[in-house]
Design a protein around this ligand. Sequence first.
Ligand code: NAD
Length: 506
Amino acid sequence: MTPSGTQTQLGTITHWIGGKPWEGSVARWGDVYDPALGEPTARVAFADHAVVDEAVAVATQAQKSWARTSLAARTRIMFAFRELIERRKRDLAEVLTREHGKVLSDAVGEVNRGLEVIEFACGLPHLIKGEFSENVSTDVDSYSIRQPLGVVAGITPFNFPAMVPMWMFPIAIAAGNAFILKPSEKDPSASLFCAQLFAEAGLPPGVFNVVHGDKAAVDAILAHPGIQAVSFVGSTPIARAIYENGTRQGKRVQALGGAKNHMVVLPDADLELAADSAVNAGYGSTGQRCMAISVLVTVGDTADRLLPRIQDRLRRLKVGPGLEATAEMGPLVTKDHLARVVSYVEQGEKSGASLIEDGRRTTIAGHERGFFLGPCLFDKVTPDMSIYSDEIFGPVLSVVRVETYDEALQLVNANAYANGVAIFTNDGGAARRFQNEVQVGMVGINVPIPVPVAYYSFGGWKSSLFGDAHIYGREGVQFYTRGKVVTSRWPDPRHRGVNLGFPQTH
Ligand code: NAD
């Protein structure tokens, strides 16, 4: 395996344990597809209990000396890793496109957002500084320190195979932990690309490990007493189960789940900006983003003016293989997922919503077996329809028409998910009121995908996040470290009989 990640070089994808590819025998494999071709391109090893045990044993050993390595040396390795990712960005993006299907420009954007967290982690020495209080009692000082947890694990989804793991491991590793990553089995190569660049950057073997697989690997991670904390990102039912199972087994867990993000458009909004934003956020990455907009809430007569603008843009959107320079929207990730999204389009039609753009007839010459679906747009959607209530995770945008701002707010706040939300308006007072009243973790004002920069933290509310800590930023640092407070008294030599020659003062 080399980081260039081409089909012939990939062949067989296996775990990465102790700074090198794992060489044991594999009982179960999964297929990895090129979604634009609709064909398998590699097979990936699935880990069982024994592989996870081995990874934890290696990581536990490596973590002991890694935690003793100076902050300066740890940070230097993180800087070197950052430089390598920056230099190999385009290669990593190609790996993402080949397995996930997203267009190359989007894949480069994904790596750039991950890089921001690596850069944030380069500043870790500053972020884990403790506090010091002198003379809290006579001759007694108190101070706080933050220490790594030990071995921690990350379990990640298919839709950002580079960025989501990068939300986790740079901070965890810079803080002195060893990390075990269980990436999505649908697009596993990006994690190995990172592992190899970490090795080149000088990270000691065993500090960053990758185990591939499915539920069996995840269950082994949750059950292992040697793993102190688990970060999970994926769908809500699995996030809930991971949180309940992991915490029951005494682990610290942050589990980020699914989403149904609304974009509210008030009548005074800049409709050209709103139309661009709805298309970018609704159909970018073929709707497979946890911050994608999947519901457009139009207030008053806005829909009649906004929808023709959106339809005009959708008709010009170029659907095609992600590696083709002209493509703006790639395929869905798997055949099963394509079938699932299409079944939602059928349900939407049956339930009485108007399908005003239908992407089901999209075929791409030379890629007839690819998992393509063109943009779909439903008008007159109501909250009782499954296309409204369920996370579809595809290029399907639902328009719900309401009469007032209050109705729009009520709709958003009644939803079970609460990851991201956006409001489009030119009224600062309305935007400010919305920011205060909306019960959602990440809010955009005239910004459709308000993913926080690396020095804030990412996370939703309600069924979009289980656990107390949001991911990356300061909350990420807190999550991967634990605090200790020391109260210390050093006997003053003046209290003893021996004179050590200190200058005498009064
Ligand atoms: P998923 O929940 O199917 O899988 C996520 C991870 O869990 C994968 O590594 C997978 O192998 C593992 N997994 C799957 N089934 C499991 C089971 N039964 N038991 C234990 N582990 C299991 O999610 P996905 O389809 O890969 O990704 C899409 C989902 O992720 C969407 O719901 C999306 O909203 C969500 N997501 C959320 C965020 C966020 O920040 N909130 C970010 C990205 C994606």
